[in-house]
Design a protein around this ligand. Structure first.
Ligand SMILES: C[S@@+](CC[C@H](N)C(=O)[O-])C[C@H]1O[C@@H](n2cnc3c(N)ncnc32)[C@H](O)[C@@H]1O
Length: 190
């Protein structure tokens, strides 16, 4: 199924994330067999978009997250667009990832990093560096102000967006930013 068809079927939040994430995924042009981690499963928007590109994705969120953003219907959404077989779920906390060193070629976050408490954001990026391979990409999509204004109408308690470069200064990473209509992508390369 192509992205446009999936957008019609899933609608909802998929429609307002997919244009930005799809553009960046195309630009990154990862190899088809890339080992990919998606941090913060939510409703599965990013894992599904990656899977629609043919990638296998490991996705997860903390087992003890009882917020409205966790334990969502990601699997049913993936089934509706025929990519559930490409997505595997494992509960984990990004502050202490249960993965070996040098495991992933790319680690993605969509709307997740600002949900991590500020004091632990540097630690999460350190875990990304540890668990990713040489030359890996770490790509964090964070909501811009237009997107935050929309989200806050539904959830006034929602945290502000984060700029991950503020937590990455001590790490051996090159960074660049791609601005989107709703989500900016902060891309770090090892
Ligand atoms: C708004 S949702 C993300 C949406 C999702 N990425 C998508 O594509 O639909 C925020 C996610 O961050 C996750 N999260 C919050 N703190 C986390 C942590 N320390 N480690 C991993 N995931 C975390 C939540 O459990 C939730 O799944």
């Amino acid at each position: 199924m192509n992205i446009a068809e999936a957008k019609e079927i899933l609608a909802g939040t998929f429609s307002f994330t997919v244009d930005d994430t799809d553009r960046v995924i195309q630009e990154l042009n990862l190899p088809g067999d890339a080992k990919i981690l998606d941090v913060g499963t939510g409703v599965g928007n990013l894992a599904i978009t990656l899977a629609l590109h043919g990638y296998r994705v490991l996705t997860g969120e903390p087992a003890d997250d009882d917020s409205i953003y966790a334990k969502q219907e990601w699997h049913a959404n993936a089934e509706r667009v025929g990519v559930d077989h490409l997505i595997e779920f494992k509960a984990f906390d990004a502050k202490d990832m249960p993965f070996e060193d040098d495991t992933f070629d790319a680690i993605f976050f969509l709307g997740t990093f600002h949900h991590v408490e500020e004091d632990f954001r540097a630690r999460v990026l350190e875990e990304c560096v540890r668990t990713s391979r040489a030359k890996a990409l770490i790509c964090l999509f964070e909501p811009n102000q237009t997107c935050l204004n929309m989200i806050k109408e539904l959830d006034p308690t929602h945290p502000e967006g984060a700029d991950p470069t503020e937590n990455a200064g001590h790490l051996p990473l090159a960074s660049r930013k791609i601005e989107g209509g709703m989500f900016d992508a902060y891309i770090f390369e090892k």
